[in-house]
Design a protein around this ligand. Structure first.
Ligand SMILES: [Mg+2]
Length: 332
C-alpha cells in the first residue's frame, strides 16, 4: 500500500460522525477545531485506533495483585525496589463488554497523558548546539541497510516492562557495574519480536533507551539473540538531560531527520521531534495488547514516505494536539 492509499483509507474510515466513534471525546465548541474533524483529519494518538480500529475489541486488561505474603521478603532482596513496578503478567477471563470498557479507559488515559506531556514539553529548555555536538554518535550503516530509513524503538513500556525479582514473563540476570548480579523479571509486550522482525525487513533498526546499558543489553540480547534484528543500540548516556528528563534528541544520530521514526511511549522522549514520533500506548502487562502488531501495518507506509514527519503529522497531529484538546483536558 502506498502512503497516499493508506492516508485515503484512513480518512475514509474517519468519515463517520464523531458521535459514532466508540472513543471519541467531546469536541470543542470552536468551529475551527471541529472543522479539522469534519475534514476527516485524525486526532487519534493510538496506533490501534488508527490502523486497525476493529481490532480494539480484543484489548483487555485485568489487574490481579498476587503474592502478598511473599512481597515483603522479595522486596528486602530486590535491587529494583522503588524503581520498577510490581505488575505481574496474568491472563484472565473478561467479557467483551468489560474489554470494551477497559479499552475505553486505556485509550482515554492515553489521550490525557498525551495532552499532559505536550503541556510539559512547552516548558522545556532548548538544547544547545554544543550539547548536540557533545552527544553525537557516528553509527555505521550496515550494507544491507543502505537506502533504508531508520526505525528507533524505545525499550521500557514500549517493547517490554520490567517487574523486578521473581516475577514477570521471563527472568534475566543483570550484572550491575559494581559487579553484583540480580535477576530482573521482564514482561515482553505481545508481538515485540514479530514487530522487530518486520521492522528489520524494511528499515535500519535502532533501540534507543533511557535505561542503563547493563540492564538494556540483557533484554535486547533476549529479544534479538542472534543480533540480527537490532542494528544499533543507544542508552541513557546518549540522552540529553533537560529539566530532569532524559530526552532522545534525534540530531545526535547521523541520519537525515526526515528518514527517522521513533516509537516511544513517552512523548517527552522525543519532545523536540514530535512529528518523528509514534506515541504508542504505554504497556505494562495487558496480554491482549495489539499496538505492536498494528504498528507492523504502518511500516510499509512510512518506508515509502518522502518525509516520515508528513505522514506522522497527518495521523497523530502532535504538533497541534495541545491546542486541539485544551478545552477537554486543561482543567482536569
Ligand atoms: Mg518507555
Amino acid at each position: 500500500m502506498s502512503s497516499q492509499d493508506f492516508l485515503k483509507n484512513i480518512n475514509q474510515k474517519h468519515e463517520r460522525k464523531p458521535s459514532e466513534e466508540i472513543h471519541t471525546l467531546k469536541t470543542s465548541g470552536n468551529p475551527e477545531k471541529n472543522k479539522k474533524i469534519d475534514n476527516g483529519k485524525i486526532k487519534d494518538t493510538s496506533i490501534a485506533k488508527i490502523i486497525l480500529k476493529s481490532g480494539l475489541s480484543k484489548v483487555k486488561r485485568k489487574i490481579q495483585i498476587q503474592l502478598y505474603e511473599m512481597k515483603a521478603k522479595i522486596e528486602e532482596l530486590d535491587p529494583f525496589k522503588g524503581i520498577l513496578s510490581e505488575d505481574t503478567l496474568i491472563k484472565g477471563d473478561i467479557s467483551d463488554e468489560d474489554i470494551g470498557i477497559e479499552s475505553d479507559k486505556i485509550y482515554k488515559e492515553h489521550m490525557r497523558l498525551t495532552f499532559m506531556s505536550l503541556k510539559g514539553i512547552r516548558g522545556l529548555k532548548k538544547i544547545s548546539e554544543e550539547k548536540i555536538q557533545e552527544k553525537m554518535v557516528n553509527l555505521i550503516k550496515k550494507p544491507e541497510n543502505k537506502g533504508r530509513k531508520t526505525v528507533i524503538f524505545d525499550l521500557d513500556e514500549t517493547l517490554v516492562h520490567c517487574v523486578g525479582v521473581g516475577k514477570g514473563h521471563v527472568s534475566l540476570p543483570v550484572k550491575f557495574p559494581n559487579g553484583k548480579t540480580s535477576v530482573a523479571g521482564v514482561n515482553i509486550r505481545p508481538f515485540a519480536i514479530e514487530c522487530l522482525e518486520a521492522a528489520s525487513q524494511l528499515f535500519e533498526v535502532i533501540v534507543f533507551t533511557a535505561s542503563h546499558k547493563c540492564y538494556a543489553d540483557v533484554i535486547l540480547d533476549y529479544l534479538d539473540p542472534e543480533n540480527k534484528l537490532i542494528h544499533h543500540r543507544l542508552y541513557r548516556e546518549h540522552c540529553v538531560q533537560v529539566n530532569n528528563f532524559n530526552i532522545k534528541d534525534l540530531r545526535i544520530i547521523n541520519r537525515r531527520i526526515q528518514d527517522m521514526v521513533i516509537i516511544d511511549n513517552a512523548i517527552i522522549s522525543f519532545a523536540f521531534h514530535l512529528n518523528n514520533g509514534v506515541p504508542i500506548i504505554s504497556w505494562f502487562k495487558n496480554p491482549y495488547d495489539k499496538e505492536l502488531q498494528n504498528l507492523i501495518s504502518y511500516f510499509p507506509v512510512i518506508s515509502e514516505a518522502e518525509d516520515i514527519r508528513d505522514i506522522n503529522r497527518s495521523l497523530f497531529h502532535l504538533d497541534t494536539f495541545y491546542e486541539d484538546y485544551y478545552d477537554e483536558f486543561n482543567n482536569l
